[in-house]
Design a protein around this ligand. Structure first.
Ligand SMILES: Cc1ncc(COP(=O)(O)O)c(C=O)c1O
Length: 402
């Protein structure tokens, strides 16, 4: 029901929910699905999820969990096995030293983010959100009645810097939300800069929510940075939102976690205990068992990562050849973010018009940048087959030529 029909029916919804907009990325994907259902041969480049299936051994662990009867409520923070496995994995893979009270299982990265913002930020406070942003960030901030203060990162090629953060902080600033590797830009903040950003915030008493949902998706593989490795005095200000969705191709399983100080974690658990309680018990078990074998996890991710890298290396130079398309080589995630402002004018006033025309005339679905705070840009996901990318590139080039 939209806001107007709700008002006609006299339902007085809360101010906070009416301030929240629906997800624009889901809308684009739904439109592509509708056209496909109507029989059109749509090439869907809107997808924000891996086109790979979950690795078989993780599925086997889920079955094992079911057979063992791990089918009941778990603690709100997740099975102890889950929390211990996250700690061991972060220790072995990244050298982090985490305590059990700092880990909480959540229903995907989204719930982790929602818990973090809702427990920390009050109505009227300011939250720094680098632009372009992932669509959900400003909506969570709206939902709590706080103010989004956007930091435009175009000048620094979409890589947030500590200087930009320092300039944006005021006495009203409570939190910075930062996402690297980034959706929608694919850019990765270098480890040293990320550390400086967190230091800058911590020195001023500003908290940092680091969305590490695409953590391992960095090209070339190996150069990964997680804020979980920072020293205790910095980590006091940090909440890491982690997720199994993208890196382990598990979007439908709905599992993620937070890594935050014990006090912050307690508050997040209080909130979660009155909402979802915890992610599915045998899903937690499967993840825990899988994390116990980092080498196997790394092999599984490595295979997917090599394919994403191959697609990226094909796609970006091809897009760069298309007149009016400007895009840099992304270092992470699985998106190309393309500046199409040169193509805008009388015919297409906004990038959304271009996205619509491309979909309706060539059946190539892309995502408009406006939902990410970047009108004039489009996002192209390469979480799809090479064959689809080749066909899409040809169709886009023909569309632009026309
Ligand atoms: C930047 C970013 N953060 C968080 C999420 C949430 O993922 P999930 O809730 O599936 O873990 C997504 C999903 O698209 C994302 O792109």
């Amino acid at each position: 029901m939209n806001d107007r029909s709700a008002a006609q029916k006299g339902i007085a919804f809360s101010k906070n929910i009416l301030k929240m907009k629906g997800s624009s990325t889901l809308k684009a994907a739904q439109l592509a699905t509708r056209l496909r259902e109507e029989g059109r041969d749509v090439i869907d480049l809107t997808v924000g999820e891996p086109d790979f299936d979950t690795p078989q051994f993780i599925k086997d662990f889920a079955l094992e969990g079911l057979q063992k009867g791990i089918t009941k409520y778990t603690p709100t923070a997740g099975l102890r096995l889950f929390r211990e496995s996250v700690i061991d994995y972060y220790s072995k893979v990244f050298g982090a030293a985490l305590a059990e009270g700092e880990i909480a299982a959540s229903c995907g990265g989204k719930q982790a983010l929602f818990n973090a913002v809702n427990t920390l930020v009050d109505e009227g406070e300011d939250v720094l959100v680098p632009k372009p942003y992932w669509v959900t960030f400003p909506e969570i901030v709206n939902f709590v009645g706080a103010n989004n203060v956007f930091i435009d990162t175009e000048e620094t090629d979409f890589i947030l810097t500590a200087d930009q953060v320092r300039d944006a902080i005021t006495p009203k600033t409570k939190l910075l939300i930062v996402n690297s590797p980034n959706n929608p830009t694919g850019r990765v903040i270098p480890a040293a800069e990320m550390r400086k950003i967190i230091e800058t915030c911590a020195e001023r008493g500003v908290y940092v929510l680091t969305d590490e949902c695409y953590l391992l998706f960095v090209y070339p593989p190996g150069e990964v940075f997680t804020s979980a490795v920072l020293p205790e005095e910095l980590r006091r200000y940090v909440c890491v939102a982690g997720s199994f969705s993208k890196t382990f191709a598990m979007t439908g399983w709905r599992i993620g976690y937070t890594i935050a100080g014990e006090e912050w974690t307690k508050q997040m658990l209080k909130l979660q205990s009155h909402s979802a309680s915890h992610p599915t018990s045998f899903v937690q078990y499967a993840c825990a068992r899988a994390l116990q074998d980092p080498a196997r996890m790394s092999d599984a991710v490595g295979t997917m990562l090599a394919e994403y890298e191959r697609r990226r290396d094909y796609l970006i130079p091809e897009l760069q050849k298309i007149g009016g398309f400007k895009t840099a080589m992304p270092e992470g995630a699985f998106y190309a973010f393309v500046d199409v402002r040169e193509l805008l004018g009388d015919k297409y006033q906004r990038s959304a018009d271009l996205v619509d025309a491309l979909l309706n005339s060539k059946y190539v679905a892309t995502t408009d940048g406006e939902g990410f705070g970047a009108d004039g840009f489009i996002r192209i996901s390469y979480a799809t087959s090479m064959e689809n990318l080749e066909r899409a590139v040809e169709k886009i080039a023909r569309f632009i030529d026309q």
